[in-house]
Design a protein around this ligand. Structure first.
Ligand code: MEV
Length: 320
């Protein structure tokens, strides 16, 4: 028996960091995916390998230990935690492939976690639905990272554009958002846990100022939801630019990220901002026109992806 599951990466359009303090956020699934194949092991060992990420490891899921034969993948911690919590520890072979850049704030860990869980559940014929899958995947992210909002795993499970409200209810904004965008991702990876802690520290030292910035981000996200529902692309761009300024004021931008944002705007993006935790990682630039010139300019300095939102969330196939 062989199961293949895949889940999309994501970008946060509005509300990163403020979502940690209960404010709303909006994120969307992108057309880049992580794929997990699970099959019976050819020997009595559990093997995890990835040809595109160039690593191979032997895993002991019961003791949460692994022996690396090749490469050094941080993403292994998420797969190990899924196996530790949800596998019966029988020998299996797991093959990971991904066209989501790893560690760039584009939801690679959530996509890998969601795809691994779904593949494992199908392998063991465990019943699940999208709601339970997103919930279980979020628990895995929390265990591995210490802190995580449910946003990434919700988006990677359901696909589409998701609005997470102040009361943690989510709403799928299943509209036809066709505007393409450029993602610029810095070779410097951000550390989500550290960035979240840095913002917390700034907030504790300057509550009268930072509390207002956080609630302004929440109001901005609600205006963003309205603009998305009315397909008002120039308004979405304007709000993205304000959101970037507020994120910068929280100290999560870097010279590389800000350079990409300003280059994108100069070359015709209607809006550009950091996406995700910052401190490294990625920016998103919305480009109803001029996508090629925006992409060409950013790619002089950093890596880029041209992409768009997708409604396709978790997807799996079983072969007997
Ligand atoms: C990271 O992708 C987004 C943050 O808001 C953290 C989180 O929501 O878990 C910075």
């Amino acid at each position: 028996m062989e199961v293949i599951a895949s889940a999309p990466g994501k970008v946060i359009l509005f509300g990163e960091h403020s979502v940690v303090y209960g404010e709303p956020a909006i994120a969307g699934a992108v057309d880049k995916r992580a794929f997990i194949k699970i099959k019976n092991s050819p020997n009595n060992k559990t093997i995890l390998k990835s040809y595109d990420l160039n690593f191979e490891a032997e895993i002991n899921s019961k003791s949460k230990k692994y022996y690396l034969k090749k490469g050094k993948p941080g993403i292994i911690r998420y797969i190990l935690e899924v196996l530790y919590q949800h596998h019966d520890h029988s020998p299996i072979e797991i093959i990971l492939s991904s066209n989501i850049p790893i560690g760039s704030g584009l939801g690679s860990s959530a996509a890998v976690t969601v795809a691994t869980l779904a593949a494992l559940y199908r392998y063991h014929k465990v019943k699940f639905n999208r709601k339970s899958l997103a919930f279980d995947a979020h628990k895995i992210e929390e265990t591995v990272q210490g802190i995580a909002s449910p946003l990434d795993t919700l988006v990677c499970t359901h696909g589409g554009i998701i609005y997470l409200s102040r009361s943690k209810k989510f709403q799928s904004l299943r509209i036809k958002f066709k505007t393409p965008f450029v993602i610029g991702y810095s070779s410097k990876h951000g550390n989500t846990g550290k960035m979240v802690k840095d913002v917390k520290f700034l907030k504790e030292n300057n509550p009268k100022i930072v509390n207002h910035i956080i609630s302004a981000m929440g109001n901005l996200t609600n205006s963003g939801k309205y603009a998305i529902l009315h397909n008002n692309v120039s308004k979405i761009g304007e709000l993205m630019n304000i959101n970037h300024g507020l994120l910068d004021s929280l100290g999560v931008s870097t010279p590389e990220l800000s350079r990409m944002v300003y280059l994108a705007r100069k070359k015709g993006a209607v809006g550009a901002k950091i996406t995700g935790a910052g401190g490294g990682g990625s920016i998103i630039a919305l480009c109803p026109k001029n996508i090629d010139s925006v992409a060409a300019e950013i790619s002089k300095y950093e890596k880029i992806l041209k992409t768009k939102f997708t409604n396709k969330g978790i997807y799996y196939q079983v072969k007997y």
